[in-house]
Unconditional design. Structure first.
Length: 119
């Protein structure tokens, strides 16, 4: 373990960052983070939660298409930030899982500098 860093488990189902592995049914990512990195990750998780609520409200408007909706774009970008940070701080298993998902691969919608800084 790196000096100043502690081990945490990120449960994306609940949005929690815990100091021990969560319920086995919920997959967790193991990370090592400083207090500042932990605060930043929790901020991203809160942003994602807020964006998810906004997208949920929008989903009840049938004539707005998903790909033309800013609320969905904010949610997608917040999830990419979270996965990028988990990739940076995570163990080899977390990195491998995120690579297999392909969520951090370049595409035309990924213009966010915050995501790029984690690569």
């Amino acid at each position: 373990m790196n000096p100043g860093k502690k081990t945490y488990y990120v449960d994306l189902v609940s949005g929690d960052v815990l100091d021990r592995r969560a319920i086995e049914e919920n997959p967790s990512f193991k990370i090592e983070a400083t207090d500042m990195e932990l605060h930043e990750l929790r901020t991203y998780l809160q942003e994602s939660y807020t964006a998810d609520l906004q997208a949920y409200v929008r989903s009840h408007i049938p004539y707005v298409e998903y790909h033309k909706d800013p609320a969905n774009d904010r949610y997608d970008q917040s999830m990419k930030k979270i996965y990028a940070m988990i990739y940076q701080l995570g163990d080899m298993e977390a990195k491998r899982h995120i690579e297999e998902m392909g969520i951090l691969e370049e595409d035309e919608s990924m213009q966010d500098e915050e995501i790029e800084k984690f690569k």
